[in-house]
Design a protein around this ligand. Structure first.
Ligand SMILES: [Zn+2]
Length: 529
């Protein structure tokens, strides 16, 4: 058995798979894409690419002969093609390839779909692959799959268009359905308010004449499915994998995300009665991470013949893994602690007016800062693209499993879309970020009032939710983890900060870094949505 030297240079050879012109357009770029990917993975040095438009059924292909001539001349020692049937489907061409192999002028053939070894057995298998139409038939299904993959890579979602879109068969595109799409947009908007169930949305669609093909209302799972489909904001799912689409989106990524949050919140079926208590569904147990719930305790005072209602909060203890030992806490004590947390982030009226004035004054300068932020976001985008590429490499190198790959890809794609939309928003209205900032100041100035009002406890709940605080209860103590801009405000208060200069700054004697409050929320996700 001879052991040929490995080829140092390869020629990449692609040929159309059928005589059908339409398929050919898709097929050659697809072959080249796949082959280049394969070459990179295998570390093959591609000296030249040959693209043949003639079929291999009859001998006499110009490009093919030209390639063999260059191999004779020693310009390359190997050929990379999709399958042996791409190289030769007639005895003359097959004979030429085998003859070159026999003389070691050609030392290697590589195919992503066929393993070839330059040994007598390998040559025997190869001649079968060349000659037998069976191989051609077998690889047809592979070809179709490859065609689909290429389509998907170009951002075209294969298959039937989702509700709200139509398949434009003539141009092979998915286009917006002008009749149905406004209603689809509306169901996203309605659902994001949190006041609609899937059933209600199904009725809403039904009333507009949007029903199943059998004229029935959509089942609630179907509505849920529509509300989870990334297609509506511009991506699509194909074989569980997320791709960037080229179709026109119906909704923003932001609206989609809001809908997902509502869906998630609703699936944690906190009973509606939880609204009976102001602080349920708001705090987590510090020991087992389950939610804190509440219950009434009635105590009878015989002397005055009066029944008093006490509300106690406690961990739901639903964790199957951590046995929880946390005690009860009365609503009274809990309220006092929550008041303290609220007070810590309050803003005085004078500081508030000063900050609002600054917001107005700085608009021009902030315009240029917005540009800086846009640049930062663009860097983030490059970063994510890089991560996506690395992820694909790890998947192709079998470092990560397909499931892992799909999960992580979905996460990166989602982040990417969010950032892209933020950039778009900022570029269209550079001062828009000031609005949430103003709202933040307006909320903070309300804090003192809310903390001292012990009648309307639900207002405290709303406030705490608005700040995005992470509340945990452990050993009857509530701990409050605040998002950065609120934490900055609290820290500013704790060091006795006076508002001065460019933002909130601590006194001279303090060695804390200046808290440039006015700049902090730039990168906070909530602020640019
Ligand atoms: Zn617990």
């Amino acid at each position: 058995m001879k052991s040929p030297a490995p080829a140092s240079k390869y020629f990449l050879y692609a040929r159309k798979s059928t005589d059908d012109q339409v398929h050919q357009l898709l097929s050659i770029p697809a072959q080249i894409d796949e082959l280049r990917e394969f070459a990179q993975k295998e570390g093959l040095n591609i000296a030249e690419t040959f693209i043949e438009s003639k079929t291999a059924k009859v001998p006499g292909r110009d490009i093919f002969n030209q390639m063999l001539g260059k191999i004779e001349a020693g310009e390359a020692q190997g050929i990379l093609a999709w399958h042996p049937d791409r190289l030769a489907r007639n005895a003359v061409d097959a004979g030429k390839v085998v003859y070159l192999l026999d003389r070691d002028i050609l030392t290697d053939l590589k195919f992503p779909t066929f393993w070839f070894q330059n040994t007598p057995q390998g040559l025997f298998m190869l001649s079968i692959a060349f000659g037998q139409s069976k191989y051609y038939v077998d690889s047809l299904s592979e070809n179709t799959k490859r065609g689909l993959r290429q389509k998907v890579r170009k951002g075209e979602c294969p298959g039937k268009a989702p509700l709200g879109y139509l398949n434009d068969r003539l141009n092979k595109k998915i286009v917006v359905d002008p009749k149905v799409s406004p209603a689809i947009k509306e169901i996203f908007e309605l659902y994001s308010t949190g006041q609609y169930t899937f059933e209600k949305l199904s009725i809403f669609l039904g009333e507009k004449g949007i029903m199943t093909s059998k004229g029935k209302f959509f089942k609630k799972d179907k509505i849920k499915f529509y509300l989870s489909n990334p297609f509506y904001y511009g991506h699509f799912r194909f074989k569980k994998e997320i791709y960037q689409g080229i179709h026109e989106p119906l909704i923003t990524k932001k609206l989609f995300d809001e809908v997902q949050l509502v869906k998630k919140a609703k699936s944690h079926t906190f009973p509606i009665k939880s609204l009976e208590f102001p602080f349920t569904g708001l705090i987590r147990c510090g020991e087992c991470q389950m939610m804190v719930t509440a219950e009434h305790h009635f105590r009878r005072y015989e002397t005055v013949n009066h029944e008093k209602d006490f509300i106690y909060y406690h961990c739901t203890r639903k964790s199957r893994f951590i046995p929880c030992s946390q005690p009860f806490i009365s609503q009274e004590i809990l309220t006092t602690q929550l008041n303290q947390h609220i007070q810590k982030v309050s803003l005085s009226t004078s500081d508030h007016s000063w900050l609002i004035k600054r917001l107005e004054d700085d608009k021009c300068q902030q315009r240029s800062e917005v540009l800086v932020i846009v640049q930062e976001f663009k860097k983030d985008l490059l970063n994510i693209n890089d991560k996506l590429n690395k992820l694909l490499d790890s998947y192709l190198d079998n470092v990560v499993s397909r499931e892992d790959y799909l999960n992580r890809k979905e996460k990166f794609m989602s982040e990417k879309k969010t950032i892209e939309q933020r950039i778009e928003t900022l570029e269209q209205s550079p001062n828009k970020w000031l609005e949430p900032m103003r709202e933040f100041f307006d909320t903070a100035v309300e804090a003192d009032k809310i903390a001292s009002d012990n009648i309307n406890l639900f207002q405290k709940r709303e406030f705490l939710k608005k700040t995005g605080s992470n509340l945990t209860l452990k050993d009857r103590i509530v701990d409050c983890d605040l998002p950065e801009q609120w934490a900055a405000l609290r820290a500013a208060r704790q060091v006795g900060t006076k508002v001065s200069g460019r933002g909130l700054e601590p006194p001279q004697s303090c060695d804390h870094k200046p808290l440039k409050l006015a700049r902090i929320p730039f990168r906070h996700p909530d602020f640019l949505k």
